[in-house]
Design a protein around this ligand. Sequence first.
Ligand SMILES: Nc1nc2c(c(=O)[nH]1)N[C@H]1C(S)=C(S)[C@@H](COP(=O)(O)OP(=O)(O)OC[C@H]3O[C@@H](n4cnc5c(=O)[nH]c(N)nc54)[C@H](O)[C@@H]3O)O[C@H]1N2
Ligand SMILES: Nc1nc2c(c(=O)[nH]1)N[C@H]1C(S)=C(S)[C@@H](COP(=O)(O)OP(=O)(O)OC[C@H]3O[C@@H](n4cnc5c(=O)[nH]c(N)nc54)[C@H](O)[C@@H]3O)O[C@H]1N2
Ligand SMILES: [Mo]
Length: 798
Amino acid sequence: MSADDRITHPWGARTPYAPGDTWPERVDMHLVDGVTEDMVQRWVPTASLLHSNGDAMDIAVRAGRIVGVRGRAGDRVNRGRLGPKDLFGWQANNSRDRLTTPLIRRRGRLVESDWDTAMSLIAARTRETLNRRGPGSVGFYTTGQLFLEEYYALTVLARGGIGTNHLDGNTRLCTATAGEALKESFGCDGQPGSYADVDHADVIALYGHNVAETQTVLWSRMLDRLEGADPSALICVDPRTTPVARAATIHLAPRPGTNLMLMNALLHELIRNDWVDHDYIDAHTVGFEELRKQVADCTPEQAARICDVPADDLRAAARLIGTGERVLSTVLQGFYQAHQATASAVQVNNIHLIRGMLGRPGCGVLQMNGQPTAENTRECGADGDLPGFRNWANDAHVEELARIWNVDPKHIPHYSAPTHLMQILRFVEDGSIRFLYVSGTNPVVSLPELARIRSILSQRRLFLVVQDIFLSETAQLADVVLPAATWGEKTGTFTNADRTVHLSEQAVEPPGSARPDLDIFLDYARRLDLRDADGQPLLPWRTPEEVFEQWKRCSAGRLCDYSGLGYAKLRARGGIQWPCTEDSPDGTERLYTDGKFRAAPEDCENYGRDLITGAPVEPTEYRAMNPEGRAIIKAAQYLPLHEPPDERYPYALITGRTLYHFHTRTKTGRVPQLRAAAPEVWVEMAAEDLRREGWSEGDLLRIRTVRGQVAARVRTGGIRPGVIFLPFHYGYWDTAAGHRPTGKDGTAANELTPTEWDPASKQPLFKSGAAAVELLRPAGRFETTGTPAAVELERSTR
Ligand SMILES: Nc1nc2c(c(=O)[nH]1)N[C@H]1C(S)=C(S)[C@@H](COP(=O)(O)OP(=O)(O)OC[C@H]3O[C@@H](n4cnc5c(=O)[nH]c(N)nc54)[C@H](O)[C@@H]3O)O[C@H]1N2
Ligand SMILES: Nc1nc2c(c(=O)[nH]1)N[C@H]1C(S)=C(S)[C@@H](COP(=O)(O)OP(=O)(O)OC[C@H]3O[C@@H](n4cnc5c(=O)[nH]c(N)nc54)[C@H](O)[C@@H]3O)O[C@H]1N2
Ligand SMILES: [Mo]
């Protein structure tokens, strides 16, 4: 199969295998026209940066340019395979409109400048703001797409140097719930399972996870199990008939916002049938009785009414999960960005705890990541955590960190949980934050309720720094724009969703004067003259490897222990899973194999929260509840949505992804193959809704919520009647696909979404909101919203 066919056949040719066998190799490659393998001068190792799967690949270099990519056969994650975004996406690096020089706003316009001018302006503004208003007036908003070393440096800079509590990542939009659910159940973040669990599982259950479109290589692995001997059974929980749903043994399509009710009914059935490992529960957990009580009334009939899913299907799914011997679960945005997110994700952990299915081949929980390096944002504390999964409310943890950094513990803010992004925005809105430094994220398209975000970020009293590789919608609002070098142009490490660490090496020079994010952060720290308790530079490093060496010390002894890793080892061996120590030099396939958790009061990453209100559990309460540090079975009651559909806004709005684009399309929108596949926004509706409204395929519709409106052409799809789906990728930097939201109708789904978040994880509810839909213009004869094959693949009616 040629690479070009991979738009039509995103998962490539099948390589079936049987349970317990090794997943066969298949090497995928794409080189630019006219270049053959023997013309490539160097192959430079890295891993994919357009999702969390961490597919290992080599960059092909010729004459100082990237000319293609090839999957790495030996790597544990992908065994040579690559998805369409990775095969084609690197072309964005070579775009002619990359940022190549710093820009500074002068008399309202962004004009070209140089590094020294831009950096001294930023440093001067920071110092001035700090002097006048203190560290609480400075905020940082970063990403899940930089490298480990960059997050670590930024955390040291913000928490140890400036001493602000206002540092968060866009992981708040992405995997905050994964992190929180792991902390709630196991006392600490960290993925229990492994991708190798796919090779062993007899049941695979996907909760709100369209893996076929979002981690295409992981889906290939699952498809190969489905086509091999003794295939696994597949359960899909998604209101849409996604490619996963089409392949599923059982597809449960709940009403949006009812995940928790569905989970409680599954748990009810497991307990009623005593598909429960009582020995495991007695030896390794606390809280089972509360769960039993909580789900006692959650019968399949009750859930059938609330979720609108047949009770028999719920029973059948519970039977598969309850009688399976090796059950693998994965969870993603259909749970994390929905109503009662943490409470629902925790119930998936509970299934594994009450069935004693953890730490054995095939028995994994994958509370998935989305972004390629989201794991590192969390580990390094560039989000709402402290580095090394340390507990901000535990003075001993803060003191340990202060020793590593050689600063006064009082200097590291720990008077409350690190400020979450939605609160940072509130502080910018009310004027207490006056300086905001955004790196590697595009909030003007990706945050909820965009009219509000635009108004917050374009305030005159705010000094906004944006570090990006393109002039994104957000960069257009900045006071200073810093041009970054990116993947392929810089060196560093990153960690995928199953804890596999890869080294990504520089293959080519960055365009113009663009610099690696790490160099920019270090330059900034030098100009702020940040020093430790002995007056030495707080960030003394010059290379990523030097940063990595301190990170090894910082993570040593914690669950995410990197002490046994190093650049040389990663270079020689490819992907290795943490924890990797002197005692486990080859890394660790699965956590919790001995039923021991990192949940002891003195060890745990947090004491947990009330899943309904979000109120933190007090340390004394936690100590009383879980003195021995067992896994915690936490129950929660289903509550209805805040904004259900009503007469004026009759549709439930959900948003998400297409296979062909990554986020706000700053990269994939510049790649011809991907762009052609999905050039413009569309809205997916059930055929029966379309019929009832009297509209047809291709009609231009207006979708309206109380917050804004979007114009999109309609595709019929296998979606629940009464629910509409919008891909969220379409901002307006690119006038061919979008238009500026000066007119009433935007193209970005987030014009419509609410400013609301899960009480425990603070993750916004992107998959909710009540919407009205009306006809703007009937379809022209030749109008289409993408190439026919791509449209068909997404249509999800089969
Ligand atoms: N092609 C592509 N791949 C990507 C990305 C990308 O932008 N494009 N981004 C990466 C990132 S950062 C992330 S976070 C992941 C996200 O990966 P996914 O979570 O798989 O993607 P989404 O499309 O956001 O949401 C998944 C599904 O949730 C369903 N859903 C909506 N509401 C509900 C609900 O109430 N209940 C349930 N059960 N399901 C619901 C949607 O129908 C959708 O199919 O993808 C990663 N991979
Ligand atoms: N409605 C709705 N909204 C959503 C979601 C949804 O499902 N529905 N999903 C949410 C999720 S899970 C996520 S992860 C977010 C993603 O939201 P964003 O993070 O805002 O999306 P990206 O387009 O990935 O933005 C990354 C930015 O970093 C730049 N960049 C790329 N590489 C580099 C680099 O090496 N250095 C620097 N400095 N910059 C770089 C890119 O050009 C781009 O502007 O969106 C969230 N928003
Ligand atoms: Mo994400």
